[in-house]
Design a protein around this ligand. Structure first.
Ligand code: TH1
Length: 818
């Protein structure tokens, strides 16, 4: 059934019928969850037709296929988004209304699929949306974690992690594909055997454990084009060739082990953002989905082609950070051991197939696997890594004779570790950063030696976001307004058209309309905050928002210290000129990240004190939104006045939240870091609030042993006061220890790390000044409206459609469908 033929009556019938056949209930006594499922299944019927047609078209046209390999896909809810992309949202809303059902309520029943930590996983999801919308054949390849990102509860101000049982009620959108199951092997030993017939050596893995990787497919619906691509995520099942009547104890133990392996491997997403934890299970996860995906990809290629040496003409692999870079060695293994290619042939194919994206320069995020662990778990793959390293080191020595320093810095195997980024760069045909500044830092600092050796591989692809989810779905009022102003809704697939709004930024009527929509969205968020936090916030106050993962380099601590400073000022001078402001935070901390968790506690303690102090007359409010995730993010972006993007310059590779705020008309209060730099390029510094050290300055300090925060503490009495409040019990019911570690980290550092590594005290004054400018600008209603509108009008570059088209043009060279 095609959307052109959307038939309201039929849709309603299907919902009613689904309730009957799936749950044996009638609409009147169906639960909300049952209604959601019935609606989702009805929609799936619509999707399936397009999905099958798309796959058939791909069969016929035989386009080059992208495999986007990622440990994370932070998809968010599917129902509303699919309705938007199928241009059925309004009609389905009406159909349901006629049944007395509210579509918003239905959407809220869907668990928010959270198979990702933050920006990296959400970027992958935006990319899939853009690939389908632009008509490129692509698979997302990942893991079907039983438990995605934990749910966050706040209890007494502390973060509590609750398992995310997202599959509890089943998932209407997924399709199990057992016919594509692949075996994945771990451990054991490699026996070599000379094969007389072929004259080759065979490598035979023995005494291994294995699991069956079973794929589940999710439809990825393109906007308005009937193209449906596939997100393929792998579940693990035990291999079942084990005989129940076997009395051999060894066999029995092995069967139990294999069952546990299958259960453990896909159990849970590691909740670390920008941080590597060298856990064996994580490496198992990586190899598991990489091996299964590549086996399936090669099998698919072989179905229609017989020359394996031309594989790269029909497929390309993008490795989302180093997490899937074992792809390089696994593809070599498949090509040599299973397809019979020699090393050189296999290397040529592999190095024309694999490409790598770097997303961070944070040292603690670099993946370096201990060789003993790696070689024990993946014995054959490790042999191949050794050979890749041997040849790569030879090449370094050839280019830089006598320069062993280069070998030390660039080798893949070094100091007992496998350096995954080095393997990705040695083998990849493209290495890209995710924003201009980030790519420059890669080329001139972090990956300088690699860039000097292979400059042709390096390129930039500035991140982007999908306007379908973050404007059309998240902000329907603004979305309709934009369409009205532009006289067309084609900005949905060409965000550069937003520049057509520039002619309205000085128009009083348009300004009023724009600010009225913002107010409505602020009321919607205020209602959400009241329901979830029990806090009353004033929708006419400035909504100053920082939502993102909690990490020291993102400096939520600086934000809350600044709130403490403002509160001190207000207490001393209750009549000071102060525009009412609501500081909104949302952030999950990795479960084992102590300092991040202390920061959450601090934010909540400050909130408690400030929100309940009648003497400041509600001028200052602090809200910590529990369980920040894709679904509530959509509400938050729409309602924000100010977008806090305050990472220490050089540390945030790109950021993508910054773009979502901009799209929704919230100016950036931020440092010259990541994509903020390019946002300012687009709209001019006068339409943002920029402060703080530059990345050069930061890098300079770092290369010269840091700076002296204690001097600032001694000379600035306001900062002194705020820091002392961390250890005098002000925000800790008299407890002097609770925030001691935060205090220490700022003034003294700990062993092996600099004091105030992230330059919070250094940037504090200029941050405070930037806030003063915000408050002043906001009170000039016209000026503010113009700034906000200029942000929305200037966001064209930041569509993931533009990003994907650049990847296609410069890296992947995919064929466009229709
Ligand atoms: C993020 C970056 O921090 C962010 O700046 C960027 O916009 C985003 O990726 C998309 O490019 C990263 N997330 C992770 C997560 C893990 C490891 C490294 C990074 S970098 C687990």
């Amino acid at each position: 059934m095609k959307t052109e033929r959307f038939d309201k009556k039929l849709f309603k019938q299907e919902v009613i019928n689904n309730l009957k056949t799936q749950f044996r209930v009638e609409l009147d006594n169906a639960t909300q969850q049952q209604i959601y499922q019935a609606v989702a299944y009805a929609l799936k019927e619509w999707i399936i037709e397009d999905w099958m047609d798309t796959q058939k078209t791909y069969e016929e046209k035989d386009p080059k296929i992208l495999y986007y390999m990622s440990m994370e896909f932070l998809m968010g809810r599917a129902l509303g988004n699919n309705l938007i992309n199928m241009s059925m949202y309004g009609e389905v809303k009406e159909a349901l209304e006629e049944l007395g059902v509210d579509l918003n309520m239905v959407e809220d029943q869907e668990p928010d699929p959270a198979l990702g930590n933050g920006g990296l996983g959400r970027l992958a999801a935006c990319f899939l949306d853009s690939l389908a919308t632009l008509g490129y054949a692509a698979y997302g390849c990942g893991i079907r974690y039983q438990y995605g990102m934990f749910k966050q509860k706040i209890k007494d101000g502390y973060q509590i992690e609750v398992p995310d049982e997202w599959l509890k009620n089943g998932n209407p959108f997924e399709l199990k594909r057992p016919e594509y199951a692949k075996e994945v092997r771990f451990g054991g030993n490699i026996r070599t055997e000379y094969d007389e017939a072929s004259g080759r050596i065979n490598f035979i893995q023995e005494n291994y454990q294995s699991v069956m990787a079973v794929p589940y497919d999710y439809p990825v619906v393109g906007y308005g084009n009937h193209i449906v691509n596939t997100l393929r995520i792998w579940d693990a099942e035990p291999i079942t060739d084990f005989q129940l009547d076997s009395f051999d104890k060894g066999e029995y133990d092995k069967a139990v082990e294999q069952k546990n392996l299958a259960k453990n491997i896909v159990e849970v997403l590691y909740p670390n953002d920008n941080h590597y934890e060298g856990k064996e299970l994580r490496l198992k996860q990586q190899y598991f989905f990489v091996s299964a995906s590549l086996q399936a990809a090669v099998a698919k290629y072989k179905k229609n082609h017989d020359d394996i040496t031309k594989l790269y003409e029909k497929m390309t692999i993008q490795m989302n950070d180093t997490h899937p870079t074992v792809s390089v060695a696994e593809l070599m293994r498949i090509l040599m051991d299973e397809e019979g290619l020699g090393w050189d042939e296999a290397w040529e194919v592999t190095t024309k197939t694999c490409a790598y994206t770097n997303h961070t320069i944070m040292a603690e995020a670099l993946e370096k696997w201990p060789i003993d662990l790696f070689s024990r778990l993946l014995p054959r793959v490790y042999q191949i890594v050794e050979e890749i390293d041997r040849r790569f080191v030879n090449k370094i020595r050839e280019m830089y004779p006598g320069n062993e320093e280069k070998v030390r810095k660039m080798a893949i195997l070094w100091d007992g570790q496998v350096r995954m980024a080095h393997m990705a760069i040695a083998a990849g045909y493209s290495v890209n950063g995710v924003a201009k500044l980030h790519t420059e830092i890669l080329k001139n600092q972090e990956l300088k030696d690699f860039y000097q050796m292979m400059p042709e591989k390096f390129n930039n692809k500035t991140n982007g976001i999908t306007q379908r989810r973050f404007l059309m779905h998240g902000n329907p009022l603004l979305s309709d307004w934009v369409t009205k102003k532009l006289g067309t809704d084609t900005w949905a697939t060409d965000l550069s058209l937003m520049s057509g709004l520039k002619k309205y930024v000085d128009d009083p009527k348009s300004q009023k309309e724009f600010m009225e929509i913002k107010l409505q969205n602020k009321k919607r968020l205020a209602k959400y905050i009241k329901e979830h936090n029990g806090i009353d916030v004033d929708p006419t106050s400035i909504f100053d928002v920082q939502v993102k993962r909690l990490h020291e380099y993102k400096r939520q601590l600086m934000n809350i210290l600044h709130v403490m400073y403002l509160y001190n000022q207000l207490k001393k001078n209750p009549n000071m000129n102060f525009y009412p402001t609501t500081f909104i935070f949302g952030a999950k901390a990795a479960a084992g990240y102590r300092r991040a968790k202390q920061t959450i506690k601090l934010i909540n303690s400050v909130a408690d004190k400030v929100n309940n102090d009648a003497s400041i007359k509600g001028k200052l409010k602090v809200v910590f939104i529990e369980d920040y995730r894709v679904s509530n993010a959509e509400l938050i972006f729409a309602a924000a006045d100010v977008s806090e993007q305050i990472s220490t310059a050089s540390k945030e590779a790109s950021g993508t939240g910054n773009m979502k705020f901009m799209l929704n008309g919230a100016p950036t209060l931020g440092t010259m870091d990541g994509a903020n730099v390019e946002i300012v390029d687009e709209i001019g510094e006068e339409n943002a609030f920029i402060f703080g050290l530059s990345s050069e300055e930061v890098i300079n300090y770092e290369n010269n042993g840091g700076y002296h925060p204690y001097e600032i503490y001694e000379n600035d009495k306001d900062i002194h006061e705020v820091l002392d409040q961390l250890v005098d019990g002000t925000y800790a019911d008299g407890d002097h220890e609770l925030y001691k570690d935060l205090y220490q980290s700022l003034l003294f550092g700990d062993t092996g790390s600099q004091a105030d590594m992230y330059f919070i005290l250094k940037d504090f004054r200029s941050y405070a000044e930037a806030h003063e400018k915000v408050a002043k600008a906001y009170q000039d209603t016209k000026k503010w409206a113009k700034m906000a509108m200029t942000n929305t009008a200037g966001c064209g570059k930041f569509s993931s459609d533009r990003t994907i088209q650049e990847y296609v043009d410069d890296i992947w060279h995919l064929d466009k469908i229709r």
